[in-house]
Design a protein around this ligand. Structure first.
Ligand code: ACO
Length: 427
């Protein structure tokens, strides 16, 4: 018998099995706890809870390690492409040459959206946030693709996954076009996944769109860096929504809603807004003091992470990519100097050292996206586009898991005990 964790409660000693994964912390299997003791565990925010078994992504937050199917994120960002990383996340192995070509072709053949879906956009205000549009339009996909929603059929799940990955750039680009009052651009299958998204976003029918290869590469890399991140809030949302057997497009819409929050994907927008507000290096100390002040709700956006207690490996690649994009476009942005100095000052400040607060993926990404020409409101939509593959890979894994059950947490009830109803005239 393997290792066991012993619990003494109510005069009883009970042992629970300790399960080991391939790497990472072991877990105490407490599935029988309630039946044995009548007790629940209490862990708001899931800080000590493994909600599922997964073979997709591994994070060692203490060491700053992120692996997709075992491959370090730095290697994927350097040598892989977003399409290849998508294949890896979905299938578990890197594709051979023919497999990659076939996968890329399949995705490109699903990039168009139903013509009627285009009309849906007209119902939104022009100043709607792109994430509001994404929530609505992606949810609406469930009303269009009825031929692939038998989630018990692996082939149906595959088609839905491909559709989601393929249509997300089209939907995000259309959200942008709608906000600036330009015509929607059709996908062009002669372009790469990322090149196509850029063409649909920044191209216009009146002239040929030219994309700098360094910008295309940088965007592709940004997509790789956001592709998956284990059981984060939005992924857990997708899993929870999917655990009831809900429609896959609706589940991804739920993930988009969760990602929007400033503590999660919304932080890239908030981080750039914060850096612009700081404006100049001499104003940084004031903002650092505010971030440290318990009576001030201000936090350094793009700093800190639930899992990373070390430098987020994605932030390191992002910082390098800022320089590449600036060189390629021959631009500079003083906000980058503010970011570098802010990072330097925070990493030498005992508050941030003691709490192990480091830049996360969102700290530098906004600077790149802004240099490329995206408005801040599009940042989180780009994150959603890239994270879709992670969401569908995790959703697929959950549906095929024989131990999968509907997600149903319990609670520590602190409300009124049972009491009798009093008619309004007597209250
Ligand atoms: N600035 C200042 N102080 C911070 C920051 C920050 N960015 N982040 C955490 N802290 C402090 C907290 O005040 C808290 O201090 P205390 O122990 O004295 O109360 C301590 O560090 C721990 O913070 P928690 O909020 O308890 O940590 P948690 O794991 O719940 O939160 C989170 C992680 C939400 C990412 C947090 O660090 C944060 O709000 N960061 C800013 C937003 C951000 O960048 N989010 C993006 C995350 S990455 C992503 O989703 C892609």
């Amino acid at each position: 018998m393997g290792e066991q964790a012993k619990l003494s409660v109510g005069g009883k000693d009970i042992a629970y099995p300790v399960l080991s994964g391939s790497i990472g912390p072991d877990v105490v299997d407490i599935r029988k706890l309630y039946g044995d003791t009548g007790l629940f565990t209490y862990d708001p925010g899931f800080t000590s809870t493994a909600a599922c078994e997964s073979a997709i992504t591994f994070i060692d937050g203490e060491e700053g390690v992120l692996l997709h199917r075992g491959y370090p994120i730095g290697q994927l960002a350097e040598h892989s492409s977003f399409m290849e990383t998508c294949y890896l996340l979905l299938n578990g192995e890197l594709p051979g040459k023919d497999e990659l070509t076939s996968f890329t072709t399949t995705i490109s053949r699903h990039t168009m959206v139903h013509e009627q879906l285009r009309q849906l956009y007209q119902g939104f205000r022009r100043d709607a946030h792109p994430m509001a549009i994404m929530c609505g339009v992606v949810g609406a996909l469930s009303a269009f693709y009825h031929d692939s929603t038998d989630i018990a059929d692996p082939e149906h799940r595959k088609i839905s996954s491909h559709r989601l990955i393929a249509k997300m750039p089209t939907i995000a680009a259309m959200a942008y076009k709608y906000s600036v009052g330009q015509p929607f651009m059709h996908p062009d299958n002669s372009l790469s996944y990322t090149g196509n998204f850029m063409q649909m976003t920044f191209g216009v029918p009146a002239e040929k769109y030219e994309l700098h290869p360094a910008v295309e590469k940088a965007m592709d890399r940004i997509f790789i860096l956001h592709a998956d991140h284990e059981q984060n809030a939005s992924t857990s949302t997708v899993r929870l929504a999917g655990s009831s057997g809900a429609n896959p497009f609706a589940c991804i819409a739920a993930g988009i809603a969760c990602l929007w929050g400033p503590a999660h994907g919304g932080a890239n927008e908030a981080a750039l807004n914060m850096l612009r507000e700081i404006g100049t290096v001499d104003r940084i100390p004031h903002y650092i003091e505010r971030a440290k002040d318990k009576n001030d709700p201000f936090r350094l956006m793009g700093f800190g992470h639930r899992v990373y207690k070390n430098y987020d490996p994605r932030a390191a690649v992002m910082q390098k990519t800022v320089r590449e994009v600036f060189d390629a476009l021959k631009v500079k942005d003083p906000v980058f100097d503010v970011a570098l100095e802010l990072e330097h000052m925070a990493l030498n400040d005992p508050y941030f050292i003691d709490k192990k607060l480091f830049p996360n993926v969102d700290f530098y990404s906004g600077i790149i996206l802004s240099a490329i020409g995206f408005p801040t409101t599009m940042f989180t939509a780009l994150f959603a586009l890239a994270r879709t593959v992670g969401w569908v890979a995790q959703w697929n894994e959950m549906i095929s898991d024989p131990y999968q059950k509907i997600g149903r947490p319990r609670q520590l009830y602190t409300g009124a005990p049972e009491r009798d109803y009093v008619p309004v005239a007597k209250r």
